[in-house]
Design a protein around this ligand. Structure first.
Ligand code: FAD
Length: 288
């Protein structure tokens, strides 16, 4: 493996300055479960790696004053998945984070790293998109905040600019909601998603069906995507016919590719199946 320098800055300003100073040649990291493999395989060649784990606030996992959940950039998948507050208030997120790889890997892998890696198969992203999460970024011009949906630009590409790093994620609380994350891998545990579906629903007396919905799909497009037509159809009708129409609309939103792990046709069909299954389970919980 090519040698590199390791630096552990103590302030956001220092971290940002380091990234800017070595622009293109320095990479931030948290758990390093993605980055180290990419270095080892020769996909990236950083001269410097910048450890974010001593930066202020990056280990926060707490409910802030307005009821939102704040997740620091170095919080691990297991810390989220096993946290009782997350399990009761943001169960969809606990399921998504709890589905990543193995227990051992989840002790190291972070939610921040999962988002910055920007894989369409990132298992924390669909749940976070359903809850309407935002990402907090620090860079040479100070802090800024973006909706998570605007953060992903393509496979491996984010909205982070030179000298910027992710500091935290804010996840709104959706009152009365229930959610489920359904993941299909080649094995039941420990595999990257062939495709996945996150479904969030909550009672809403202002819409004809009595419930509002968010559906996010992973590994079926260059980024994690929403299925807005499926969401709209469910807000109109959650009868068996409505569910079938919405599940087909979710499959139509998918733009999968054939690759060594699955065909595009299989992925699309499984979006239909898992969307329907997820909506049925949520309906049972919210009493639709
Ligand atoms: C065996 C194995 C199985 C896996 N299974 C899954 C799976 O089932 N589901 C899944 O979603 N993923 C899986 N992964 C991928 C990986 O574990 C996750 O994406 C993990 O969450 C990455 O977190 P990390 O902290 O290790 O990221 P790192 O490797 O530290 O970083 C990942 C990327 O993000 C950048 N980065 C990290 N932190 C910051 C920051 N604060 N600001 C800016 N950029 C940053 C890094 O430069 C790098 O490009 C698997 C990986 C392995 C090795």
């Amino acid at each position: 493996m090519q040698p590199f320098d390791y630096i552990k800055p103590q302030t956001l300003e220092e971290a940002s300055a380091l990234l800017l100073q070595h622009n293109g040649q320095a990479r931030p990291f948290a758990g390093c479960t993605d980055l180290l493999i990419r270095i080892e395989r020769g996909f990236v060649h950083p001269q410097v790696v910048v450890d974010v784990k001593d930066l202020p606030g990056v280990h926060d996992l707490l409910v802030v004053r307005n009821g939102d959940l704040r997740i620091g950039a170095a919080v691990t998948m297991n810390q989220v998945a096993l946290n009782p507050t997350v399990q009761s208030g943001w169960p969809l997120l606990a399921e998504g984070c709890g589905s990543v790889a193995s227990y051992q890997l989840r002790n190291r892998a972070t939610v921040g790293g999962n988002l910055c890696n920007a894989s369409p198969a990132a298992d924390s992203a669909p749940a976070l998109i359903c809850y309407g999460a935002s990402v907090h970024i620090f860079g040479p011009d100070g802090p800024r905040t973006l909706p998570l949906e605007a953060f992903f630009l393509g496979p491996g590409r984010t909205a982070l600019q030179a000298g910027e790093l992710l500091t935290a994620i804010t996840v709104p609380f959706v009152r009365g909601s229930a959610g489920h994350f359904l993941k299909l891998g080649r094995t039941t545990i420990g595999d990257i998603s062939l495709m996945n579906v996150a479904v969030l629903g909550w009672p809403d007396s202002d819409v004809p069906s009595g419930s509002s919905w968010r559906i996010a799909l992973g590994s079926v497009a260059p980024t994690v995507i929403r299925a807005p037509e499926a969401e709209r159809l469910l807000s109109q009708d959650t009868s068996p016919a409505g569910l079938e129409a919405a599940s087909q609309a979710a499959a139509a939103a998918a733009r999968p590719i054939d690759d060594i792990r699955a065909t595009a046709a299989y992925r699309s069909d499984m979006v239909r199946v898992l969307t329907r299954r997820g909506v049925e389970r949520v309906l049972e919980e919210i009493g639709g």
